[in-house]
Design a protein around this ligand. Structure first.
Ligand code: ZN
Length: 300
């Protein structure tokens, strides 16, 4: 589902609209004052906060969010989130710097914090799943061809969602551990014929296993293929090369999360932009307490 630029302009014309949205979305219009228990907050114009009409208790909607302590305009932040939501190939710090008129350092920090909203949820995939690994980054070519590249595993449910994680190595026990943690028992796993999955390793996890023998030049045999996961990897890697150039292994997972996040929302009834705002509003306000669920209204 798309969230258009005209919707964005209408719903978030300026800093005040963004702050109002955060207050309403995080606390709700019937929020009871934690001090006096009554409802009714008004905006205190001179600060980024709202005061209780009865006792003066103050609520700062930016507290606990990625905007906390930032001197960048809230509207610029929201626009940066919008950019991430629509950019299929990611958003470079350089682009954020140019579009928002901020320093490169600030742009890098904003990108990093927006990506932190895209962490992959804990859920298991089922049905027919394709599993594969790829190698990302690095400059040196090692003896085994991968050099200092970082392995990333991807598991995708056909017609469904994806899980993709940076892994320490591509040893059998690592890959099997990933399958065990991310795939439901009874699923049918399709891989290529890499040596790692030798006899019955996957079936012993309670899953069916089919292989496509890439080594014999075979790529599709009926419904046995790994084109879905390979498609995800190639789009992600092209974007890494085109947009992000070099990514350190320290930050790699957050970039993988970014691509998985957009992939997983491609058929959702909520737009990527709204999903990001929802993530933002769920951050704990104080005392580590998750904010009460409040129906998020962004579209109009
Ligand atoms: Zn009060």
């Amino acid at each position: 589902m798309n969230y258009t630029i005209s919707q964005f302009k209408k719903n978030f014309p300026d800093d005040n609209a963004c702050l109002d949205f955060l207050f309403k979305a995080r606390f709700g219009k019937d929020y009871k004052c934690p001090k006096c228990g009554k409802t009714g907050f008004y905006r205190i114009k001179s600060r980024k906060c709202y005061g209780c009409a009865w006792c003066g208790y103050q609520i700062y909607p930016l507290k606990g969010t990625i905007f906390s302590g930032s001197s960048t305009d809230l509207h610029n932040w929201f626009y940066a989130i919008y950019m991430f939501s629509t950019a299929k190939n990611g958003v470079s710090s350089k682009e954020l710097q140019e579009v928002l008129g901020i320093t490169y350092k600030t742009a890098w920090r904003i990108g990093k914090l927006i990506r932190s909203l895209m962490k992959q949820d804990n859920f298991k995939l089922g049905g027919i799943v394709e599993a594969d690994e790829t190698y990302i980054g690095g400059r040196k070519k090692g003896k085994r061809g991968w050099g200092d590249k970082t392995p990333v595993m991807g598991i995708v449910q056909r017609g469904g969602k994806i899980k993709s994680k940076q892994i320490s190595d591509s040893q059998t026990h690592t890959l099997l551990g990933m399958l065990r943690d991310n795939v439901k028992i009874g699923s049918r796993v399709i891989t290529d014929d890499t040596q790692t999955y030798k006899p019955n390793k996957i079936t012993r996890l309670g899953m069916l296993h089919d292989k496509i023998t890439h080594s014999k030049g075979e790529y599709v045999k009926g419904d046995i293929y790994t084109n879905t996961i390979e498609g995800f990897f190639s789009q992600m890697k092209r974007s890494f090369d085109g947009t992000y150039h070099s990514i350190s292994s320290k930050h790699l997972q957050s970039y993988v999360d970014e691509f998985a996040f957009r992939y997983n929302l491609r058929f959702a009834s909520v737009s990527v932009f709204e999903a990001l705002l929802l993530r933002l509003c769920e951050l704990p306000y104080q005392g580590g307490q998750k904010m009460p669920a409040y129906p998020l209204r962004v579209s109009s």
